[in-house]
Unconditional design. Structure first.
Length: 202
């Protein structure tokens, strides 16, 4: 596909939504509260795009993302006050919590994948189901400022990269590759900030 054709297939709303999605990631890396308004705008714009395309499961997913943007803003702004901090600190989950999150995601993904394989023409029903379910779970981890969310996104975005490449969606391949770079940066920066945080005497 030549660049001119590719550009014609991208609506202005999609382009702006993608820009705000990148802005959200950059601001989340910096632990800026403003990442959540960026996420909200991106989700609402993408909701309009996918509704127009009659992709109703994507509509539901973007409604969830918009709601989580509000929840994330509240948690980052006020959640730390219950712990005696000015803002919500970065925290880590014990292994049992990750086991529950991963196990629950896999079980639900299998059910969603089975339904998609039976009732839709999805190209990768089980993988698509896993990516949708795990994205929902991981977005919650971001809202709670759980350090390991970046590891989850590494796996998720790596799989999205494969899906987009197989479907020859090269613009999304490039965008997801950028996301992966930002995820690695986010993991490194949050890990550094978390270590500095736990080094401060209580």
């Amino acid at each position: 596909m030549d660049p001119a054709t590719l550009t014609q297939e991208i609506s202005p709303l999609e382009a702006v939504a993608a820009l705000f999605a990148v802005l959200y990631l950059v601001l989340a890396i910096r632990e800026s509260l403003w990442c959540w308004p960026a996420a909200f705008i991106s989700s609402v714009l993408m909701l309009v795009v996918v509704f127009g395309a009659r992709l109703y499961s994507e509509v539901a997913l973007n409604v969830y993302y918009a709601a989580m943007a509000v929840y994330g803003w509240y948690q980052w702004h006020y959640g730390g006050r219950t712990r005696g901090a000015a803002e919500l600190p970065i925290s880590i989950w014990p292994l049992k919590m990750h086991a529950l999150a991963v196990g629950g995601s896999l079980a639900l993904s299998a059910a969603v994948g089975w339904l998609m394989s039976r009732y839709t023409q999805a190209a990768f029903p089980y993988l698509d189901g896993f990516l949708a379910v795990s994205s929902v779970v991981t977005t919650y981890l971001v809202a709670r400022k759980i350090l390991e969310n970046w590891l989850y996104w590494l796996v998720i975005d790596g799989l999205w990269l494969y899906v987009y490449w197989q479907r020859e969606l090269y613009l999304l391949v490039a965008l997801t590759a950028l996301y992966l770079v930002l995820v690695v940066i986010g993991l490194a920066r949050w890990h550094r900030d978390w270590r500095a945080q736990i080094a401060v005497p209580a």
